[in-house]
Write a protein that binds this ligand. Sequence first.
Ligand code: PLP
Ligand code: 3DJ
Length: 443
Amino acid sequence: MTSIDATTTTAQTAAAQTARPPASPLHARIGAALTGAAIPADLLDLDARDPLARKRDEFTLPDGVVYLDGNSLGALPRAVPERLQQVAAQEWGDALIRSWSAGADRGRDWMNLPDRVAAKIAPLIGALPHEVAVTDTTGVNTFKVLAAALKLAPAGRRVILTDAENFPTDLYIAQGLLDLLGGGYELRRVNPDALDGHLTADVAALLLTEVDYRTGRRLDMAAITAQARAAGVLTVWDLAHSAGAFPVDLRGVGADFAVGCGYKFLNGGPGAPSFLFVSERHLGNENAAPVAISGWMGHADPFEMDRAFTPAPGARRFVPGTPMVLSLSALDSALDVFAGVDLHALRAKSLSLTDTFIRLMEPLCARFPLTLVTPHEHAQRGSQVSYRHPQARQVMADLIGGGVIGDYRTPDILRFGFTPLYHSHADVARAVAGMQAALEARA
Ligand SMILES: Cc1ncc(COP(=O)(O)O)c(C=O)c1O
Ligand SMILES: Nc1c(O)cccc1C(=O)C[C@H](N)C(=O)O
């Protein structure tokens, strides 16, 4: 093989690796419907007046795609690759171990990186910076805060009350913790609409996810938290589908604990560390929330190498081990897109996007076996819209092939997440045009 042949071959291989697979006729039809969709004037007008419209430029999104899955994996903020490159090349490659403390004056040392990220998440969830820790996965953080809640609860309270249909991780983690603790502990799974009779004197903690991952239904966090507190029950809120999607006010509602994902609406990238919240009430010197997984990085003075655990001030005590510097750096950079964002404007736009989607989908619901499962009431809606369809799995596969990227969830849910930082009302119209093409083809 000559050198020219070799070059050509390498170039062809690279092209083959980056090119999309050829579209099937169905995918091409959906794609054409999406890109050729006529955008109604009222939607163009809403977009023209959108105070968040400029935020779209802070994200990298592929052409020809309407990405409606930011509630599973947020899109890539433009600044993140450069930050990762800098952390890898300079902070790791050049400065090596010195980076744990170097740059502290500029807020770039690795040691305090979890705390800086926590401080950026705090205003998004209505917390003080020292009430938030960023580390581990959501599931592991759920374990830690549930363990703390069980320890804080009076001896006679040994039940974790939860939504019977909570996200699987929440159920598995709670059950695993209770199995470890042994006799007398119980996970009680109930309908969250019927909490009234269930906040009994044996309940230690109430574990709920604010926005249901399938239906997008949002619970009334303020009312439920007040009800639980009145019954002497500690609250643990899973904010996986809330944080970054709309303003959350943990302090305002009086929540005890919370957890949430870094890779959904916070856009921290695949496997981004999760956050946890512990109310200041449980961080004092007396009656502090105990730390079940107490590692050296949560010690008040890690390099003292003390044999006994003295918790760091604030929620940092819940960071057990070496901070995940690369993924924390991505999340740190990603969170900068929230700088200057009015969270109430974010919520208003999210509702406008989901209202528009629901309205444009109505004719399709009349023609096809689609049933809206997301509540119409704004107060009960997160930032996603879901429908049941008997062939949901296949419909979603068609949509994704054609460029409308949503999600399928068992057994029959089509789920569409809306991210007000990077979606326009025109995107909504394009997605519905793609949906119409997909449904017509399948019918
Ligand atoms: C409501 C909810 N809780 C927890 C999780 C799990 O998070 P992790 O995989 O980070 O443990 C998810 C998503 O995966 C989720 O949607
Ligand atoms: N966390 C995920 C992952 O690691 C791979 C694929 C999907 C996910 C998800 O986010 C699932 C998700 N929590 C859901 O709401 O369905």
